[in-house]
Ligand binder design. Structure first.
Ligand SMILES: Nc1ncnc2c1ncn2[C@@H]1O[C@H](COP(=O)(O)OP(=O)(O)OP(=O)(O)O)[C@@H](O)[C@H]1O
Ligand SMILES: [Mg+2]
Length: 307
């Protein structure tokens, strides 16, 4: 489409041999805006294809506006070292002639989403190995076994990556374990899914938006109440995410902000009991008053010297 090639900030990437129903195509996720596939091209290149279906938007105009917006965000993110890279875009029509715009991304094969990693049975044992426990399907206690040095490495890498993102005045808007992929052998991470991201203009504390960003359980109170989104809102979500990585407790959708927050605070109290300084900085991340949350730089310097 002419309009797209004029407005979009990166190049078209050829995926002519991409067929949705092909055995070389595997669906990895399905979010509000579309489906995500991994795909091996005819020349053996492994790619991630994020397909956005125009029918999910109110009008074609809204759809194209959003695509152009996301391409501007990705153009900035592509300059960073640690986030997922977009290689280009393309268009696709399926057999029923539905129209999609695809973002084509680098595929990190050794990476798995952090949510599935924490939930994986291999990371839980009947033997007491940590203070963090949960009930298994048979109502027995199981204990979280992820090595402390691996947890620390994962957390430090998430913080480094978000620091880069905030440095270029982008708010991610949906930080959660589901939107972070990790290499569990090295502890390296990539923050993915910039579908809710926005630019912070003129050093503002917040941007007012016309929809509720983020995911219940992770989203900050100002997002939940008033659709306000700032860097400090990412810090709230990051606090929840770090608590998940640290304790292995993961959040499935709750009923309300209050209900989810109470669950998060329960896990935070266990951390506070065993690691006072860590508990204290995480509690600050979860402050209802966004001005009192630490910046990403503050968190970075805390974790740099935390062993
Ligand atoms: N570049 C990548 N390399 C490896 N795996 C990826 C990559 N991008 C996405 N994935 C996998 O695909 C899943 C879904 O991706 P993503 O979070 O971008 O989309 P989504 O959540 O389905 O959509 P939405 O934008 O609506 O939230 C991730 O949880 C991850 O497991
Ligand atoms: Mg996602």
């Amino acid at each position: 489409m002419d309009y797209l090639s004029r407005e979009i900030t990166f190049k078209e990437k050829n995926i002519d041999d991409f067929v949705l129903t092909d055995a070389t195509t595997v669906m990895l996720g399905e979010g509000a805006s579309g489906k995500v596939y991994s795909y091996i091209s005819d020349n053996g290149e492994k790619l991630i294809i994020k397909m956005m279906y125009s029918g999910e938007w109110e009008s074609n105009d809204e759809f194209f506006k959003d695509i152009v917006w996301q391409s501007m965000i990705h153009n900035e993110i592509n300059k960073l070292e640690k986030s997922v890279k977009v290689l280009g875009y393309n268009e696709y029509n399926d057999m029923d002639d539905n129209h999609y715009v695809c973002f084509i991304m680098e595929y990190y094969e050794e990476y798995n989403d952090c949510f599935s990693f924490l939930d994986c049975g291999e990371n839980w044992s009947r033997e007491i190995v940590s203070p963090y426990k949960r009930k298994d399907n048979f109502k027995n206690d199981t204990f979280y076994t992820v090595d402390r040095s691996l947890k620390l490495c994962i957390v430090k890498n998430i913080i480094e990556s978000l620091k880069e993102i905030h440095h270029v005045d982008i708010v991610h808007g949906d930080i959660k374990t589901n939107n972070i992929i990790i290499n569990s052998s090295t502890g390296d991470v990539k923050i993915i899914d910039f579908g809710a991201a926005l630019f912070i203009e003129d050093n503002r504390k917040y941007m007012a938006t016309d929809w509720t960003h983020g995911t219940l359980g992770y989203r900050a109170p100002e997002e939940d109440n008033s659709n306000l989104l700032g860097k400090s809102s990412d810090i709230y979500s990051l606090g929840v995410t770090i608590i998940e990585v640290w304790t292995g407790d993961i959040w499935y959708s709750g009923e309300s902000f209050k209900h989810c927050r109470n669950e998060v605070l329960k896990s935070l109290r266990v951390i506070e009991k065993h690691e006072k300084n860590l508990g204290s900085i995480l509690r600050k991340c979860l402050n209802m008053d966004s001005a009192r949350r630490p910046t990403i730089q503050k968190l970075d310097s805390f974790f740099q010297s935390y062993a």
